[in-house]
Design a protein around this ligand. Sequence first.
Ligand code: CP3
Length: 344
Amino acid sequence: MAESRIMLDVLKGKEVSPPPIWMMRQAGRYLPEYRKLRKQAGSFLDLCYNPDFAVEVTLQPIRRFGFDASILFSDILVVPHALGRDLRFEEGRGPLLTPISADEVDQLETGGFHEHLAPVYETVRRLRSELPAETTLIGFCGAPWTVATYMIAGHGTTDQAPGRLFAYRHPDAMKKLLSTLARQSADYLIRQIEAGADTVQIFDSWSGVLDEPSFKAFCVEPVAEIVRRVKAAHPEVPVIAFPKGAGVHYDSYRAQTGATGLGLDWTVPLSQAKRLQAGGAVQGNLDPQRLVAGGKALSEGVDAILNALGDGPLIFNLGHGITLDTPIAHVEAMVAQVRKGAAR
Ligand code: CP3
């Protein structure tokens, strides 16, 4: 019953105590059961595009920890893949793509987009029927700017210099690329919702590397476009946006993009988080390294968030994805502490 999904209540602006909890990258290599299936599947993309594997991997952290929300197992880079760009993942190197040139932006193939992504929609459908009724199912996509940085550089970088340079050298091509990604990503999210996703999250992992006008043009406007399109099709479905590293730009981000919920990275001060919570649900923002460290570093970090934000609409989460060296016992301790409530 959708009414019993507490994360959806929080996204409507309600305070729920204890708050719902899930973790970005909750399915992944820190879990032995993930590593086992990953080996069986062969490649990471085989996991993403095979609904049997993808459903199983998505459910693993729910079974183990009983999180309040489950995030579809896939990757943000299946969108450029579905637009005809090549993509592979190499052990230890992360994603590899052939860098897109300014001339190639016009040649992105939108024709077979949904056929390519059909296994993802099938995964969402099966998940909604297999998940416990009280577990919220989150669909997702990458934000256009973050996805574009990987398409342009062809791999991960520390500062997305190739993407920034491309934007200044080829402003028209950049505009076209971001608007194509925004349109296709919105359609992708709408299909996930129609397959059973209760809410969707837009990951803008690289929004912290831009100057002010670029942040507005490359991060705010394309995300606002996605939110507009998703809300036009499904006005009742909450959209969470996560502009990692946005700093002072967080203050106007919710109003400017129309996002329902705001994902906060761990550098956002709790005083700023409190102000942002006055505008609606916030999600975050424990430093993932506190979870690796465990002990006092972890318990103090959890308490600080619960004390500052526990009396408003809060979704407890990390400030970015869990890292592969995180001990499982620390995740168990975090969940227990959040469910017990803050030591006031
Ligand atoms: O959160 C979840 O459990 C859902 C699955 C999910 C993955 N990637 C699985 C994954 C989600 C939501 C993502 C999002 C994603 N992918 C982002 C945005 C969020 C973020 O972390 O900043 C980005 C930038 C990517 C692109 C990507 N995918 C990179 C840079 C890498 C390599 C880094 C790494 O951790 O290896 C990936 C690979 C990836 N995506 C893995 C997983 C579980 C590891 C692949 C493996 O098993 O070898």
